[in-house]
Design a protein around this ligand. Sequence first.
Ligand code: SAM
Length: 283
Amino acid sequence: MELWFTEKHTEDVKFSIQVDRQLYSSQSDFQRIDIFLSKEFGRFLTLDGYMMLTEKDEFIYHEMMVHVPMAVHPCVKKALVIGGGDGGTVRELARYQSIEHIDLVEIDEEVVSACRQYLQQTACGFDDERVHIYYEDGLKFVRRYENVYDLILVDSTDPFGPGEGLFTKEFYGNCYKALRADGIMVNQHESPFYPNDATAMQRAHKRIVESFPISRVYQAHIPTYPSGHWLFGFASKKYRPLEDQDIVRWKSMGIRTKYYNEQLHQGAFALPNYVEEMLEKVE
Ligand code: SAM
């Protein structure tokens, strides 16, 4: 007998992984949560049937979300992660001794408890004593703060269901307000490849450009996300992602990475022409 997890990437494209067995399944107040075990990708988490992470390729997403801004900002002391209930983003942040305080705002407590039970590879990030978890809507949480964070990482689901509010103009404006005068925001920026994802990506980019003086987009190859071509947004009040990359400072911290390196940092901002054109259209 063969068991397969299948995600529809478009009406005409499906992506499937053969599954050994299902480890967890639950309907929370916000979404359906499933964790599977597979031979090729190890354990993987899906929410409402959409791939969130696999043990095999999560390092790409989490390293690119965290180390790019950390190699640019000279002194992050207080960081906020919005979403990220699997723990992978806080795991990477916690590797920096300079960070004093990490807040994580996750709408769904059940995602955190399921990952703590079945996905220790990422959930180990929660064990660091600098990590403080709040279970609430990130949209509402961020409204309350002004001039508090050096870094905000928006590690959300896609722009529908509970994640919808995290792609709005109001949300980006409030992130701007919650950041200090030299703060940086990085968000998962969807994919440029399939038309529906590309439209969501352009909409998010337009709103970020309207909210921040500096806004650039960078890319990574993530095999289990639709098309494998994924984008991140780098929005900032002061620092530029390429000109202000401090290679000497970053290397001196001795952080060993599997995907990120200083050349890749520069190269990730070199986008294909069709992506540049999509971004320019909304700038
Ligand atoms: N890397 C993933 C991706 O792009 O597929 C995202 C992973 S992480 C599991 C996304 C988390 O965002 C989920 O656990 C979800 O519950 C959380 N989330 C969605 N909407 C949210 C909101 N409005 N406030 C806080 N967390 C939210």
